[in-house]
Design a binder for this molecule. Structure first.
Ligand SMILES: NC(=O)C1=CN([C@@H]2O[C@H](COP(=O)(O)OP(=O)(O)OC[C@H]3O[C@@H](n4cnc5c(N)ncnc54)[C@H](OP(=O)(O)O)[C@@H]3O)[C@@H](O)[C@H]2O)C=CC1
Ligand SMILES: O=C(CO)COP(=O)(O)O
Length: 333
């Protein structure tokens, strides 16, 4: 049994705590609001993010980061990507020095263009060998309902990946290991952008030919950037690439797909932000991924078009038309 600290108690932090608890671990969740802590500890339910899902006694919550981190073997980070640096800077001094640091986040930092594992390394000074990423087709609500799912535990230190695999493997959650941290992180961040594009197609009323075309070209775009950065191409064909892309682009549970659907229906980004507190990481990371692609010298037409729609510079319909109008000699199918 391991003692695991999970920062924070949103949809995925709470659902992943259930995975950890089912696998026999002791979990302490950090939440920034008293009412979430009270709901978890007293009512045994995260009413804000996973209503109707019972939380076992091996999961407790606190607003005190020091109490959450005390004695943890593993520290799991799952705040919105763009808020990681600021939060982690406050937590870094109180994290146990030997704990494995795990990112569940799927985004790329605006400005620095860093992946989440890189932000963690910079802010905590931990070696890259101590930092892992868990990523795959893992929609929080389905995981919380214990529907069978698989995922990838990636760490440059293969032994540490195997240890994490052992402590996360449970009755409905099957982790695979990888050393391709970069490929898993680019796959996880990019699928959110493609999910937005697919959502736009759905919002415009288009059917499966359109969504399949966007998904497939989205995968090509993801693989192009990831491999140019040094990822193993096979990673993008696996759970953290194609697997997550399919789950996100097919499911009404995906916040990114839903965000895109609303854009496709004609809502503005500001109107969508005002209507929900949940994050759609792709709406911010499309800018970072686009900049990363430009820096790397690879073509990223879907990220560019999604970014333009999110910024209100292009309509969702224009985006779809630009997809079809692209130079036919530009790429292989
Ligand atoms: N949900 C899912 O199915 C999956 C999500 N992920 C990834 O996990 C990460 C977290 O997403 P998810 O849990 O879904 O998001 P949610 O929107 O469900 O929860 C976000 C959590 O972060 C807290 N939070 C929001 N803003 C800040 C901030 N500025 N500083 C500190 N805490 C903050 C929220 O607290 P409060 O309630 O107080 O606002 C809440 O606890 C994302 O990178 C996402 O891509 C990965 C796999 C699956
Ligand atoms: O990452 C996810 C599923 O693997 C969750 O996707 P959304 O953030 O779009 O809800």
């Amino acid at each position: 049994m391991s003692k695991i600290a999970v920062f924070s108690a949103g949809s995925w932090g709470t659902a992943f705590s259930l995975v950890l608890a089912d696998a026999g671990n002791d979990v302490t969740l950090w939440a920034r609001r008293d009412e979430v802590v009270e709901a978890v500890n007293e009512r045994r339910e995260n009413t804000d993010y996973l209503p109707g899902i019972e939380l076992p006694p091996s999961i407790s919550a606190s607003t005190d980061p020091e109490e959450v981190a005390a004695g943890a073997d593993v520290v799991v980070l799952t705040v919105p990507s763009q808020s990681l640096r600021e939060n982690l800077a406050a937590w870094a001094p109180i994290l146990p020095p030997d704990a494995t640091l795990v990112s569940l986040m799927k985004g790329v930092e605006l400005g620095t263009l860093m992946r989440m594992s890189e932000v963690i390394q910079e802010v905590t000074d931990a070696s890259a060998q101590r930092i892992a990423v868990i990523s795959g087709p893992n929609l929080a609500r389905e995981i919380a309902r214990r529907e069978p799912a698989a995922s990838v535990v990636a760490c440059l230190d293969e032994e540490r990946a195997k240890q994490l695999q052992a402590i996360t493997h449970g009755p409905s959650f099957r982790p695979y290991t990888s050393v391709d941290v970069l490929g898993c992180e680019i796959g996880g961040a990019y699928k959110n952008v493609v999910g937005l594009a697919v959502g736009m197609a759905v919002g415009l009323g288009f059917g499966d030919n359109t969504t399949a075309s966007v998904i497939t070209r989205g995968l090509a775009e993801t693989a192009r950037l990831a491999t140019a950065q040094g990822a193993n191409p096979l990673t993008l064909m696996g759970l953290a690439g194609l697997g997550d892309l399919v789950a996100t682009c097919s499911s009404p549970l995906s916040r990114n797909r839903t965000f895109g659907e609303r854009l496709g229906q004609g809502m503005t980004t500001e109107e969508i932000y005002a209507s929900t507190r949940q994050v759609a990481e792709g709406a911010k990371s499309c800018k970072s991924l686009l900049a990363l692609a430009e820096q790397t010298g690879v073509d990223a037409p879907i990220a560019a078009a999604v970014d333009a729609v999110v910024d209100g510079k292009m309509t969702a319909l224009d985006m779809m038309n630009s997809f079809i109008a692209r130079d036919t000699k530009a790429e292989m199918g």
